[in-house]
Design a protein around this ligand. Sequence first.
Ligand code: SF4
Length: 579
Amino acid sequence: MRKLLRVRMDSLSVSSDDLPEAWRCLGGRALTSTIVAAEVPAACHPLSAHNKVVIAPGLLSGTVAPCSGRISVGTKGPLTGTIKESNAGGIGAQAMGRLGLAAIVLEGAPADKNARYALHINAEGAELREAFELKGKGNYDTVAALHEACGDKVACISIGPAGELCLPTASVAVTDIDGRPTRHAGRGGTGAVVGSKGIKAIVLDPAGCDRPASHDAEGLKAASKRFAKQLQEHAVTGQALPMFGTNVLANLVNAAGAYPTRNFSDGVFEGVDAISGEAQRENVLARNGTPRHPCHPGCVIGCSSIYPDENGGFLSKGPEYETVWAHGANCGIDDLDAIAHMDRAEDDIGVDTIEMGATFGVAMEGGLLEFGDHEGVLRLLEEVRQGTPLGRILGSGAVVTGKCFGVSRIPCVKGQAMPAYDPRAIKGIGVTYATSTMGADHTAGYTIAQNVLAVGGSVDPLKPDGQAALSAALQQATAGIDSAGLCLFVAFCVLDVPDAGQNMLDMINAHIGTEWSPDDYAEVLCKATLRTERDFNRRAGFTAADDRLPSFFATEPLPPHDAVFDVTDEDLDSVHAGL
Ligand code: SF4
């Protein structure tokens, strides 16, 4: 029986119980959202003692299933005010799986706001330890100190200075396969809620623990083998992502005229060649970096890389497509090395790279910086780290920054900044931004697959027709993948290859002992999760009026297609009608 670990920060106590039977078949996002919706008052302030943080590995995490190392962090999000689930790769989920943990629930708040604690978990149990010496440290120094004290095999989950400052852009970092804090549950400010609980880090030591027991180990192994083969043979998961990483998308999205440039004022960036995935790979190879790097054992795709500095030393993990875009085209910056420095700084400070890049784009439009001023961005990031008044404004995200600098064009939905696809030129993703339970979030229903890549079908990105149905189907599919603990990139294969979806379901059934049909799976992990999240948001005060894009997307044509976002309100309101 998997365990539910409760950490009560008001009494500084820890208890472990069996996961309730009603939640036995839930994992990852399905479990975090279910617990948050059941236990957190929807109207509470996200930084109050009433909020909780639920950290859960996916159903398959820790098993032999390929790419199953995602870890979900759920809470009421400080950036959005909605329910929030943000997931990350790294080695934390597999460590939790081996430790037999279904979820860790952080609740209450410590009496001493200046105290810092680290939660240590191993095969013997769990304990809270004072960790004042970690106060104010960046994620890199935090993890180095924990490795020094606990050995370098442990998995670490941590927050940086931004989380301690309770800034709404704060992320939760998870160590990668090399023990670096490079994988982040970035979106929505989950790190701020962890910080409000006084927790600086969680140390997971699965030494002596086997993989989680499977109902049908041989069946899981066989389905995993079939699924891994399909991933390795697919053009996106077997070739494009391993070769160029996620930033392979830069040239593709730019060519589609949908690469948001200088705070969403153009769809084409003249400097894209210098920051593309192809250029990134050339830099990595020329400096003897690692062009392909999995973020956890068992990932057969390996979309990440190690990006060296000019002397060949480690600078950062290869910045993801979203990170490169947010600080590149969106800020008018065409310098990959500068962007890698920003990525490193943001991983260390512990902030969401998408929200921060969007925030700097808004700040540039507001006159705080010139577009293209990469030195200014790096300087201001240090203000975020230090918690200066300006740093706190920027660290509060694009909406707050836009208000402070008199900007009317703020590309956010439900308080959260849009990622790297302009919704006027890729209308399906605009539907997802508008109607996701999480605020603007590309991963919630990644229509780029059909709108741009023609994977799993093709829907014209410039026409409003069919976008609502596309987004609806993908939002449901994503909730299931997030709950299984699978990397979202497996969706390229699942959507495209006959039997891949069945193999994914076979892995789940074999591991947890269910006999789910595709409809059963869709009901329990996909639709029910979205219903739960939408009900929480309704109780928190959100209505259909919040499922809309900012008005400038409907009135300001985007070059080069001169497109506006013209999906009707009726279509937007239809997205979740089938739940
Ligand atoms: S494909 Fe990339 S993000 Fe997904 S698990 Fe592998 S390395 Fe991590």
